[in-house]
Each structure stands twice: as structure tokens, then as C-alpha cells.
Design a protein around this ligand. Sequence first.
Ligand SMILES: Nc1ncnc2c1ncn2[C@@H]1O[C@H](COP(=O)(O)OP(=O)(O)OP(=O)(O)O)[C@@H](O)[C@H]1O
Length: 358
Amino acid sequence: MPTTSIIDGSVLEGGGQILRNSISLSALLGRPISIQKIRNGRTPPGLKNQHRTGLVLAAEISSAQLTGAGTGSSQVDFIPGRIRPGNYLADSITAGATTLLLQVAFPLLLFGATPSTLVLKGGTNCEQAPQIDYIQHVFFPFVKKHFGVSAELEIYRRGYYPKGGGEIRVNVTPVKSLQSFSLLERGQVVRVRGIAHLAKLPGHLGQSMVEGAKKRLATGGIADTIPIEIEYKREENDNAVGAGSGIVLWAELDSGGIIGGSAVGRKGLDATQVGEEAAKEVLKGLEAGGCTDEWLTDQIVLFMALSQNCEVLCGEITLHTRTAIWIAEQLTDAKFEIEEKVKGNVIRCQGIGMTSVD
Ligand SMILES: Nc1ncnc2c1ncn2[C@@H]1O[C@H](COP(=O)(O)OP(=O)(O)OP(=O)(O)O)[C@@H](O)[C@H]1O
């Protein structure tokens, strides 16, 4: 058996991402790990329900021996076995983000021998996590186009904070290996698209989010020759557990890049402001000069490490991105390099060229 790698969960961002990325890599490489000082950068530290659910799901998929994964725990040990593709269900019970459950499980199923299906229950549109529409319209299109992966996502029911109760289904088609790519020109904005969604709230709030977003995009420099297409959708009352709202926008670049921005409705913030907030994020992402926004950048690091040779012009390099790079370099032989440009930053990765075993 390979020796156990010790991962310090308090390093850099010190949050849940360290767990998810290191568990995914451990399972894919068949390398036992012990993660210590879990979420030491957060208050309170230790495992929350969402993280625990993700760990259990990853352990199921990779036939792993998982110990210490109780709520609040500061150390888990994970001894991975064989990755078994199949149909999996995970329920965070709370409004814990389904998208973060996906983040830990998706890379494993991508390298399975046969297709898999994930049914994930919990929050679909929460703060501090990608909204499900971000995964559908920013993350998946990007990884499909550039890494050559294939996945279909259906949103059955939206789940908002605090009740959760959402449900998504993801069909994953496995790959033999990930494509390499070079994306060094930001290019021009072709169009901005978006979705405003709400449940158990008056329908006009959807319209206000759209108006707020459009107005802010226009005053923020999106030329009136660039199409802005934002739809809004109100869930049927019996198709949502709790009330909630939000909006996800994305600017499509002719280079193949995508810049997302989003906001979730909350008390004290009117719907127009929710739309404006999401638009401001897109404008900030565009201003940063990259082909990826700050969140997409940290989310593709693991894929870059598993691919052979990638380089991408990114916007802001966040602590999340630096953390993802740190984990990848701890657990794999991938080598990353960041080059600061006048506008944006190029991340280059000499990856490990992972191939599926079967
Ligand atoms: N607005 C957003 N749009 C897209 N992705 C987001 C957004 N906010 C956060 N994310 C993504 O969600 C992930 C959050 O990681 P983080 O370590 O903060 O996780 P966490 O499990 O919520 O843990 P913690 O509670 O420890 O912060 C990152 O991959 C980040 O890119």
C-alpha cells in the first residue's frame, strides 16, 4: 500500500475546498491521505454537514475506507479503493450546496470505466458556492469545450437557504483522458446571457432582477450592440420547499472563455439590487482581463493537473486558486506556474496526463 500523505487543512484558504480537492485526487491516484486541522481557517472549524456528505459520497464511489468523518471533526483518514461507476445519491439534508457535492464526485466519475449518474439533494442556489446555473452555463460549457468532458445536468427542483430540498441529476460520460489546451487571448464579448430564478415569491421580482442586471451592464460598459439575453423563471409552488431567489449571468467570449457573475436574493436587498450585484461581478470579471472568472479559475485547477499541458489567461488569482494549486502540487507531480500580465494572469500547468484505468 502507498504511504499516507498528510494534508494540512489549515493552509492558505483553509476551507472546504482543501478537503474536496484532496479527496478527489487521493481517490483518482489511489493514494491514502490524512487531512488534518480541517477548515482551521473558518469559524467554527471542522467538518460541516455538506463536507461530510461529500466525503461519504466520494468514499462510496471510490470504495474507500473513511474514518473520522463526523460533523465537527478536524481530521479524516481516507484510504481509497477502486472507483466504481454507477448511480449515486447524496443528500446534504440541509441547504448544503449540491454543487459542492458535485465538485468532489464529478472528477472521480469522469475517469470511471462506464457512464454514471449522480442525484444530489440540498441547496441549489446558495451563497459561498457556485449556483447550479453557474455549473450549467459556465463551468460545464468551459470544461466540455476545453478539457473535452461530457456531462448533462438537469435541475429537478431548486433548493434555497435555509430549507434546501433541491434536487439535481448529472449524467457523466467518462473520458479516457482530458484534452490539453492553450487559451491565451481574452477576445471580445459576443453576448451576455443569464437566468433569474425564484420560488414562492412574487413573479415581478424576477423581472426586477433582470432589469437591475441589464441596467448595470449597460452603464458598466457593455456596448448596446452586444446582445443581453436574461430570462426569468418562477418555480411552481409545489416544486420548491422554501422561498428564495437569485440570478446568474455569463458573458460569452469569442475566444472560448466565459465570465460569470451571480447573486442570491436576501432580506433587505431589493430585487433590482440583486440583479445589479450579479452584473457588477461580470463587469469586474471582464475588467480583470482573463478568459475565466475568479471562481472558474480555482475550479479548473484540478482538471489542469490531470490533463497534460494547459495554459489559460485568467483574471484575478484568488487564495482559493492558490490553494487548489498547492493541493495539486502536494498530491500529484503536476507543476504550475503563474505569469502576471499587464491584464490578467497566465496559469501554465504541466499536468500528469491521467488516463482511466479500464
Ligand atoms: N459566487 C460564486 N460563483 C461561483 N463559484 C463560487 C462562488 N462562490 C464560491 N464559489 C466556489 O465555491 C467553492 C467554495 O470553496 P470553499 O473552500 O470556500 O468551500 P466551502 O466548502 O464552502 O467551505 P467553507 O465553509 O470552508 O468556506 C470554490 O470552488 C469557489 O470557486
